[in-house]
Structure formats: C-alpha cells, structure tokens
Design a protein around this ligand. Sequence first.
Ligand SMILES: [Zn+2]
Length: 415
Amino acid sequence: MKNLVVATLFLFSFYGISQTLLKPDRVFDGTEMHENWVVLVQGNTITQVGPEDRMAIPKKTKIIDLSGTTLLPGLIEGHSHLLLHPYNETSWNDQVLKESPVERSIRGVVHAKNSLMAGITTMRDLGSEGAGYSDVYLKKSIDAGIVPGPRLLVAGPAIVATGAYGPKGFHDGVTVPLGAEAASGNEVVKTVRRQLGNGADFIKIYADYRWRSGEASNPTFSLQEIQLMNETAKSAGRYIVAHASTPEGMRRAILGGAETIEHGDHGTLEVFQLMKEKGVALCPTLAAGDAVSQYNGWQKGRDPEPDRIVQKRASFKLALQAGVTIAFGGDVGVFSHGDNVRELQMMVDYGMEPLAVLQAATSVNAQVFHQDALGKLEKGFLADIIAVEGNPTTDISKMRAVQFVMKDGRVYKQP
Ligand SMILES: [Zn+2]
C-alpha cells in the first residue's frame, strides 16, 4: 500500500501536478481543532491532513508557511444576494427600480471578488431580487475563470405569491419590475420548471411577506401550493428553501418540504421543534435585522436594543433550545459583501459556541446544501482552504483577518 502511495505521488510530480504543503499553527478540519497539523494539497484535492511527522511529504513539494494562523475549510455563506448592495447606500426599492440588471451584474462582479477575498469560497445566493437570471450568468463567468468569485449555488429570480411582493405603492396601471417572479395555484409548477430550466440550482419561495408596505408579514402560499412546488423541484433532483418569519408561514414551509427556513424571526418553540423533527435547518440572518435596525436609526451599543432585535435574540434562543440545525447565512447584500463575518460574530453574541459557529460555516452548511466534497479538510475533499490570524475559537473576530485563500487548489490570497 505504501509503495502504491509513493508511486502515485511520483507520478503526480512527474506529470507536474503541483503539490503544496500548508503549514499553519493549527487546523480546524470542519469539526475539531488540531494543534500543529498540516495539510497537503495536490492539484485541486486535499491528499493528506495531520501532524507533519506522520505524513509522507513528496520531494519538490512547495511549502507555504502560514505560521501564526489557523487553517480552515473555505467558508460557505448560506444566504447572500450578490446582486444587492447595502440599503443605506441605495434602498431596495431604488435598486430594483432604477439600477438595470447590467449595472447590478457589474456590481455583482465586485461583490463576488470581495466575498472570495474574505474567505467565502462557496456561496448560496438566495435570489436576484429583480435582476432575472443575472446570478446564473455571474456563476457561469466565475466557473469559466473570467472573474474571481466563490462557487455559487443560485436561486435565480425566486418565487412569490401573486400580489405579495414589492416594490409597492404604485397604482394598478403602472407596471413595475418585481423583486421576484409571481405565481399562484397550479401555475407554480410551470414557474418552478421554468426557473430550473433557466439555471436555478434550487427554488427559493416566499412563504410569508408583508402584503402592504409597513405592515407585519402574513402567510402567502397555501400548503398545497408549497407542496406542488416541492414535488416539482424534487422530481427534477432539486429542492426548495423558504423565506419565512411568521409561525404559520414557517409551519407551511416545513410541512411543504422546504429544506431550509430563511430568517425565522417569529418562530415559536413549537415551530422550531417541528423543524428539528423534520430535519429542516434554520438560516437565521441575524446580521440583516441588525443592519436594517441601524439603518433605521438605532445606535448600536448606545441605545437600548429595539423590539426587533430583542425578539430575534429570543427566537434564536428557542431554535437553539429545540436543537435545530443552524446554518451560517447573514443575508449579505443588505450589508457589505466581504463583511460576511458579521453573522459569525452575531451567532456567538446570540448564544452559540465559537466552535459550533465554525462548524456551521463549513461542514454543516456543506451537508445542508448537499456539497459532499466541501466543508472539511479531509483526504479526498476539494482544496477550498483559508487561513486566518490567531485562533478564532478564542476570538471569533479573527475570522476577519483572512491571510490566505485557496479555491479549487488555486491560491487567490497569500501572506
Ligand atoms: Zn435574503
């Protein structure tokens, strides 16, 4: 067996498949932290992980000294909008109404690069918000190597119930571009099929929303409609995820087959227990509510926390109490792309252990998003690897100090 390994390594070096040894202070493998481990990469694959003295390092291996850092699997952002930029720069309405999909795609190129440099090597994008299939085309451009960016899993336009989404406030004779595609009744089947055919990797639905600007959310799709969309997606080998923040919207989405619930702000213990029972993960988007509250005038750290934040802290606690799988997803785009770590910091602030937060951002998200070769530093996994300064389990803010980024075996950032 050992001879075979040596022969294979010889062949790899003979044919010029590059080997790189990454030497940090410690390795977070997606599950646990290991002091003094190293990682060997060949081409785009991780081939060995462990203490260096127990590994057979081939001659001519390139060594990258990452002392002072922790090596981690590339981060997997679970809820982004690459085609949006912070609402305190331009309101969501104005972005949808006044910025063309071309302008938004150009911005998206910059956002994708900023995300990758911040250590996000995979990103689930949860809807183009009025920019059609620009996310599909951005993904295609990244995959073709035209522009740098994370591996993308994209939703395309997303689906809302007729009448339930914005921009709103126009008389009925004015046609405005909607932030998602509207459908109702049996028509939802056609809409799912069209979106999948046009390149959506999964289907994002809105299970509840504000029927009028300024009011509280209420359920949108019936359970039957959600089941129809789920069956249609499932039969095509895909799945649905749901925006939901009301208990009834969440309940319908869970029973209807959604694999993740996005936001979940008003979830009750009962609803979270149902999620746990059905194996549905929560993408809490803590950072989005926090950002919007600040845009609305809340001086964080000076003023008392507004109701929205108090409520969010309480419901997140209930989700943890019920043992719901927590995904990392901050709704980045509402705040700056590249500032994804905000969500990780808030997950700790709202009651999660730093190690569990790192798991959520790597192995847990990989599993929830069906990415079998990502999220772990283990033999045979794809070489999506980052290094951050210091030890993020003792100080989660270290996740901001990204020193090294490798995606698919290619180095994008190096000290
Ligand atoms: Zn979102």
